[in-house]
Design a protein around this ligand. Structure first.
Ligand SMILES: [Fe+2]
Ligand SMILES: [Fe+2]
Length: 373
């Protein structure tokens, strides 16, 4: 056991990824933590199967030629005059929106694959059996997300596109990291936080009923994964020395930067611009000029901002101090976030989803709760 893991609570104690022998210590078997038992047992309530049409039917059609998956205002490039002039035919704009949406769904699919491998890697380092059972359970849930998003992409586009370089580098880094804090912050707090924001938006604004259903079903699982990170933060951050807090805070900012770049940088969409006869450099320059010209906090306000859950998680956890506040303030209105309560964007959508699943899974049972601890 090394304090490079920055573990403050015994339930997050961790060993090196190749140290299986530690798992055979006899005392360990009798000391299983119960901290995650509510989350583990809740998995039966929100069980779903992407291969069972009772839950979701990927064969339901959507007219990809004539209907846009998202409203035009969600695609930044379409707000510039240059792109509007070239894509003047409404059908071209529909094709452009749906091609841009493929990139988002591909990022989600690659992210889900990352979550599957990350939670499997947690099984190798977490020392406590209860924490391991939690991680094994998350691994199983991430596996169904990979199946589900792969099926959705196949049904609408045939094939995903490459993982963006920034997201790929982050996923590789957290999956390979031996330190448990890097894994939990990178995946549970940040990737899962971004996912909850993005899925909440997808649920609200995607016009394909199959996509809406998919986002809600996945959120019934992700809300719990996000809670695992919250429990870690609640039990760890208040105990950190200032030097440790700085290490953890900087790691969080590093991970956030990769995700914000992957989602927010117009250069990540350059391939699509070329495919539509647009000059990618011109599109990127016009998007940046448009962003610079408007009120800097305008689009960052309100619940449609996909970065909200991610940044709010860090804020509530005490992992944004004056050292890093300015960096996040470029993306969201920090005062508005601080004024909100603890409730996470997307929790209500997940709870409705769990009710839907309970009605299928257990016709006789009532009551719904997203267990925190
Ligand atoms: Fe997932
Ligand atoms: Fe997850």
């Amino acid at each position: 056991m090394t304090d490079k893991n920055i573990t403050k609570d015994v339930i997050y104690e961790a060993v090196a990824p190749d140290d299986f022998e530690s798992m055979l210590h006899l005392d360990r078997y009798g000391n299983r933590s119960t901290a995650f038992d509510k989350i583990i047992s809740a998995t039966h309530d929100h069980f779903w199967d992407p291969l069972d049409k009772k839950y979701i039917d990927f064969d339901e059609p959507f007219d990809m030629e004539n209907e846009a998956l998202l409203p035009e205002e969600f695609v930044g490039a379409l707000q510039t005059k240059y792109v509007q002039d070239i894509l003047s035919d409404p059908k071209d704009r529909i094709r452009f929106i749906n091609a841009s949406t493929l990139r988002s769904f591909s990022s989600i699919l690659h992210g889900e694959q990352g979550a599957l491998n990350l939670s499997a890697s947690l099984c190798h380092v977490l020392y406590d059996q209860g924490a391991q059972e939690y991680a094994a359970n998350q691994t199983r849930e991430e596996a169904r997300h990979v199946t589900a998003f792969a099926k959705y992409v196949k049904s609408r586009w045939g094939r995903p596109v490459e993982c963006g370089a920034a997201l790929k580098a982050l996923l590789v880094e957290i999956i390979e990291a031996p330190e448990v804090y890097k894994k939990i912050i990178g995946m549970q707090m940040l990737v899962e936080g971004l996912a909850m924001g993005a899925f909440a938006n997808g649920f609200k604004y995607n016009r394909d009923p199959v996509a809406k259903k998919l986002f809600q079903l996945v959120m019934t699982d992700e809300a719990f994964h996000h809670k695992f990170g919250k429990i870690w933060a609640d039990r760890t951050v208040p105990q950190l020395t200032e030097a440790e807090r700085n290490i953890v805070e900087d790691w969080a900012a590093h991970c956030a930067q990769s995700l914000l770049f992957n989602n927010g940088s117009p250069t990540q969409q350059a391939v699509i611009y070329g495919e539509f006869g647009l000059d990618p450099e011109r599109v990127v320059a016009d998007i940046m000029a448009r962003r610079a010209a408007r009120d800097p906090s305008r689009k960052m306000k309100g619940e449609t901002n996909v970065f909200r859950v991610l940044i709010k998680t860090l804020l509530n956890a005490g992992l944004i101090t004056d050292r890093t506040r300015g960096f996040y303030a470029a993306y969201v209105d920090m005062d508005e976030l601080r004024a909100e309560g603890d409730r996470m964007v997307g929790d209500d959508i997940a709870e409705d989803g769990i009710r839907f699943l309970q009605a299928i899974n257990f016709k006789d049972r009532a009551g719904v709760a997203i267990a925190a601890e």
